[in-house]
Write a new protein. Structure first.
Length: 360
């Protein structure tokens, strides 16, 4: 069966890093017979420039027809003054919601070669391997009503609504428990049930779903404590499951434990395993066009794509091994540089991963 992958380079460093990600998939096709066809499309600022909207109808058609999507990143200062519906980030929210991508898997893995890059002491983070499962379609980001209104006394007020339906909590809980079964069988659910009713229901539903997974250990933490534990003793976690808002913040915090956001992939999955794969970082306008971006997060996103959507875990492992090898060889982009090393550029890093793949 031929796998159809839609590639969306996006904005800023997006096209540079996606070129390297696509190169890796093409290498697997040529060298090891991976049956894949790549199609390209527009999302974000590049789509606004070309077609006047961040998630054009043609991209929607391509995305719906694809088995999986590889995305670079979207956004940049040149689009920040546009009215909200035209902003690049709206394109990202639109594709996530159009494809019902509700489960955001964000691994935070610290490669032993990069232990010194973390802001925490190496013994706290060496061997770190945790997975944050963030709900992506609900919560305060989508809840109605929302807006800015003027009160009777003339004062302005901004307001949003935190809302979670039982079915939404249940499906993300199942995604987390299933993921834990492929790992160390521990799930920590993060909420704010001492203050928020939405969290009270969250906890109730998570506990109910947990009964279907007696082989997985469940614990709960309030989000403030979870943030503290993440920087105090991050290795206590296996899988963390949480809502959209808390997950947004905690996953960035977990990412920094590993030293560089240039290393971390992510997946956003629907109920059938179709997914959008992207590095966790943004479009890094400050280094765009300089050939300095780290492409490894995108390359590792391609590995996740093979594992989770295309059901090709052996190809995913090949990529992950190749990335380990280039780190062993001492190759570093600027963001993961240590003293005494010479940095390599985006393309050279991609070429080194290809060479490691071919030599495997
Ligand atoms: P950012 O992640 O783009 O950059 C933060 C810092 O990390 C910058 O100094 C950047 O140079 C560095 N960095 C990021 N990726 C790197 C890589 N691969 N290699 C080396 N260094 C890297 O975050 P930001 O500056 O807050 O946002 C820039 C733009 O990206 C904004 O328009 C924002 O809305 C957008 N954004 C998009 C996404 C997405 O597409 N999923 C996510 C976050 C931010």
């Amino acid at each position: 069966m031929t796998h159809k992958v839609l590639v969306l380079p996006g904005d800023g460093i997006g096209p540079e890093i996606v070129t390297e990600g696509a190169k890796i998939l093409q290498c697997l096709q040529q060298e090891y017979g991976l049956n894949i066809v790549l199609e390209y499309g527009l999302l974000g600022g590049s789509a606004v420039n070309a077609l006047g909207e961040p998630y054009p109808a043609e991209t929607r058609r391509q995305a719906r027809a694809a088995d999986a999507i590889l995305l670079g990143a979207v956004g940049g200062p040149q689009w920040d003054t546009l009215e909200r519906p035209l902003r690049p980030e709206r394109g990202l929210l639109a594709i996530r919601s159009d494809l019902a991508l509700f489960a955001n898997l964000r691994p935070a893995i610290l490669y032993p070669q990069l232990a010194a890059a973390s802001s925490l002491k190496p013994d706290l983070v060496a061997g770190l391997d945790l997975l944050i499962v963030r709900e992506l379609n609900g919560d305060i980001y989508f809840g109605q009503p929302r807006g800015i209104r003027t009160l009777e006394n003339g004062e302005r007020e901004g307001f949003n609504t935190m809302v979670y339906r039982q079915s939404e909590i249940e499906r993300i809980a199942r995604a987390a428990f299933e993921a834990a079964r492929k790992r160390h069988r521990k799930v920590c659910s993060v909420d704010k049930a001492n203050v928020l009713e939405a969290s009270e229901l969250w906890r109730e539903v998570i506990e109910r779903v947990a009964r279907d997974y007696p082989d997985v250990a469940l614990s709960h933490l309030y989000v403030d404590n979870a943030a503290m534990q993440l920087v105090r003793a991050p290795k206590q976690f296996d899988v963390i499951v949480t809502g959209n808002l808390f997950g947004d913040i905690l996953s960035d915090c977990a990412a920094m434990l590993t030293g560089s956001i240039g290393m971390l992939p992510s997946a956003s999955l629907d109920a059938k395993g179709k997914g959008l794969y992207e590095p966790i970082h943004g479009s890094a306008p400050d280094i765009a066009g300089k050939g300095a971006a780290n492409p490894l997060a995108t390359i590792l996103s391609a590995a996740m794509l093979l594992r989770h959507s295309l059901n090709e875990p052996e190809y995913a492992e090949r990529i992950e091994r190749a990335v380990g090898q280039v780190l062993d060889q001492g190759l570093r982009t600027l963001d993961i540089m240590a003293e005494g090393m010479t940095p390599v550029g985006t393309q050279a890093m991609g070429d080194a991963v290809v060479a490691a793949l071919v030599g495997d």
